[in-house]
Design a protein around this ligand. Structure first.
Ligand SMILES: Cc1cc2nc3c(=O)[nH]c(=O)nc-3n(C[C@H](O)[C@H](O)[C@H](O)COP(=O)(O)O)c2cc1C
Length: 282
């Protein structure tokens, strides 16, 4: 097992959860790329079909998705992760619908022996349930009740109001979170053809925005979280995600106070070759 933050070859890059981090072969390709660590897509206790297709729209300036946490259930994904040959850290992204579910997911991941860190996805905008990240009390309950054998991180949405961000940083610090990730997609966005028809049929045509159009929002989120963490004297690791497609973007996040940097949409739009490009420019 690798130490969770011991990124390979001094690269600060990790993939963010997305459908390209699903099956064993895909995870192996990510592990074989110059990424410093790999992350699964978000997994739930039971398998989920997710929303009807089309539920993903990719373009250069932005991506919209309403996948809705489609996955094969945590047991299958732990098995997929176990098949990956790598010395790089393996992070698992989990999504629960109750506090108890998050704790069960953490317990299963910990018992598996194939996970180095767990990202608690508290910010998926594409299901019926409310965002856990909108309730500091719920996040506190998760951190209080779940096992902390493995490092636990909180994945947050972009552009939360400053008082809510401050409350979450307080809860994360008091609750022993090891990292914060900012950010998930910006929820409830819509893009249509000129007749007004949404590019997504799923979720009423609404989806989460990612890719370059998200970069300024995520960068702002990372900057303000860094200010709050520093003011709290916290050593919680900060992961910046959103719109990364070049070495300059990675530097933007590092300059904003991120310790590590993630990317998802660029992998879908440009292919895994973009990782080589970015890393060679860093
Ligand atoms: C198709 C798609 C599916 C995604 N699924 C997940 C997911 O399962 N869990 C999660 O935490 N984030 C998910 N995300 C969000 C990404 O991990 C990332 O936070 C967001 O897209 C911003 O980064 P990017 O601009 O590099 O894509 C998904 C993003 C895309 C594009």
């Amino acid at each position: 097992m690798a130490h969770w933050l011991d990124f390979h070859a001094s690269t600060p890059l990790i993939n963010a959860p997305c459908p390209l981090a699903w099956h064993p072969q895909q995870l192996q390709e990510l592990a074989d790329s110059p990424l410093g660590a790999i992350m699964t897509k978000s997994v739930t206790l039971a398998p989920r079909q997710g929303n009807p297709t089309p539920r993903e729209y990719y373009s250069e300036p932005f991506t919209l998705n309403a996948v809705g946490l489609a996955n094969d259930g945590i047991q299958a994904h732990l098995d997929y992760l176990a098949q990956v040959q790598t010395t790089k850290p393996r992070w698992l992204s989990v999504s629960g619908f109750t506090v108890t579910e998050y704790c069960q997911l953490v317990e299963l991941a910990t018992a598996s022996g194939v996970v180095d860190a767990i990202e608690l996805n508290l910010s998926c905008p594409n299901t019926e349930s409310q965002l856990f990240a909108d309730s500091p009390d719920a996040v506190a309950a998760i951190l209080q009740q779940c096992d902390h054998t493995l490092p636990l991180g909180l994945k947050l949405p972009p552009l939360q109001a400053p008082p809510l961000q401050a409350a979450l940083v307080q809860v994360a610090t008091a609750g022993g979170a090891s990292f914060l990730t900012a950010s998930n997609t910006l929820g409830h966005c819509r893009f249509t053809d000129p007749t007004g028809q949404s590019v997504l049929t799923a979720n009423g045509g609404y989806g989460g925005l990612s890719g370059p159009a998200l970069l300024p929002a995520s960068l702002a989120t990372v900057s303000s979280l860094r200010t709050l963490l520093d003011a709290a004297g916290s050593d919680i690791t900060l992961i910046g995600v959103g719109g990364v497609q070049s070495a300059a973007d990675v530097h933007r996040y590092l300059a904003a106070g991120a310790d590590r940097v993630g990317l998802a949409s660029a992998l879908h739009v440009h292919g895994l070759g973009i990782i080589d490009q970015i890393v060679s420019q860093l």
